[in-house]
Ligand binder design. Structure first.
Ligand code: CP
Ligand code: NVA
Length: 300
């Protein structure tokens, strides 16, 4: 039987996603009371990182320890992948040794090649096209604050790339109203928009996108791997900063989220990210609980 992978949020049904969010909430309570159950006793997760990470790496590794399992971290350059071993060969080998594999890689197609050959579940720890693990934590955080996300207006300001693409999939799964404001040339990929469901509205106007929004989001202007274009991007994204003036156009109780790491003074001001509407630390902390729920879902 083919294993169940988590390469994009669309690998889940709406019911799966709801169940994951419910389970994450229980796991968070258990963690808070320090009474974690060893539901993944003896299980091993291999984690391949082809780019940097703080949150994804530490949350998955801590999750495996709390659930009685173990995680093996392969830093960029640690495995034979860096010397050209085909991802399919690595996937076949690791499948005989571990129960689950997480990969953070530049090219989504490399992840798909890996998953196609793997005999154990593969998790996308961030690719150029998607960041589904981030969405699990974001959705959990919103639901904790507001109870329900269906019908809420979500404003995405900035680069229409990986994290934004996962929001487009979330719009279809959970019926949220997603308004995206990106500069010309930095809008979401056409093939992802083609499959969008729910309300997904594109514009070049951040003010229009945030008007009355319940949740305002942004991401870095220069993602990992795009450093050579940083200066051109700074120019292109001028006017797409989430600052106090923009935030005041959103609903008075709107939340602000950012996947982190953030660049204060670029995509967001300190007034917003360090202000009262920001829930970025809870959002980051929820990576632990949401991913525990995901690991249980894929492995049990
Ligand atoms: N948001 C996120 O994935 O953070 P890291 O790059 O630190 O893992
Ligand atoms: N868009 C960012 C997300 C980092 C978690 C990047 O790809 O670098």
């Amino acid at each position: 039987m083919k294993p169940r992978h988590f390469l994009t949020l669309a690998d889940l049904t709406p019911a799966d996603l709801r169940a994951l969010l419910d389970r994450a909430r229980v796991l968070k309570t258990e963690f808070g009371e320090r009474r974690m159950q060893e539901t993944l006793y003896g299980r091993v997760l291999a984690m391949i990182f082809e780019k940097s990470s703080t949150r994804t790496r530490v949350s998955f590794e801590a999750a495996m320890v709390h659930l009685g399992g173990h995680a093996i971290f392969l830093a960029p350059g640690d495995s034979q992948l860096v010397r050209g071993e085909p991802p399919e060969d690595t996937a076949r080998v690791l499948s005989r040794m571990v129960d689950c594999i997480l990969i953070r890689t530049h090219a989504h197609r490399r992840l798909e090649a890996f998953a196609g050959a793997a005999e154990v579940p593969v998790i996308n720890g961030l690719s150029d096209l998607h960041h589904p693990c981030q969405l699990l934590a974001d959705l959990q955080t919103f639901v904790e604050h507001r109870g329900e996300i269906r019908g809420s207006k979500v404003a995405w300001i900035g680069d229409g790339n990986n994290v934004c693409h996962s929001y487009i999939e979330a719009a279809a799964l959970l019926g949220l109203r997603l308004h995206i404001a990106s500069p010309e040339g930095f809008q979401p990929a056409a093939e992802i928009l083609k499959k969008a469901g729910g309300e997904v509205i594109l514009s070049g106007d951040p003010r229009q996108a945030v008007e009355g929004a319940d949740l305002v989001l942004t991401d870095v202007w220069t993602s990992m791997g795009q450093e050579a274009d940083a200066e051109a991007r700074r120019i292109a994204f001028e006017g797409f900063q989430v600052n106090g003036a923009l935030m005041r156009l959103a609903a008075p109780d709107a939340l602000f989220m950012h996947c982190l790491p953030a660049h204060r003074g670029e995509e967001v001001t300190s007034e917003v990210i360090d202000g009262p509407q920001s829930v970025v630390w809870e959002e980051a902390g929820n990576r632990l609980h949401a991913q525990k729920a995901l690991l249980e879902f894929l492995l049990r």
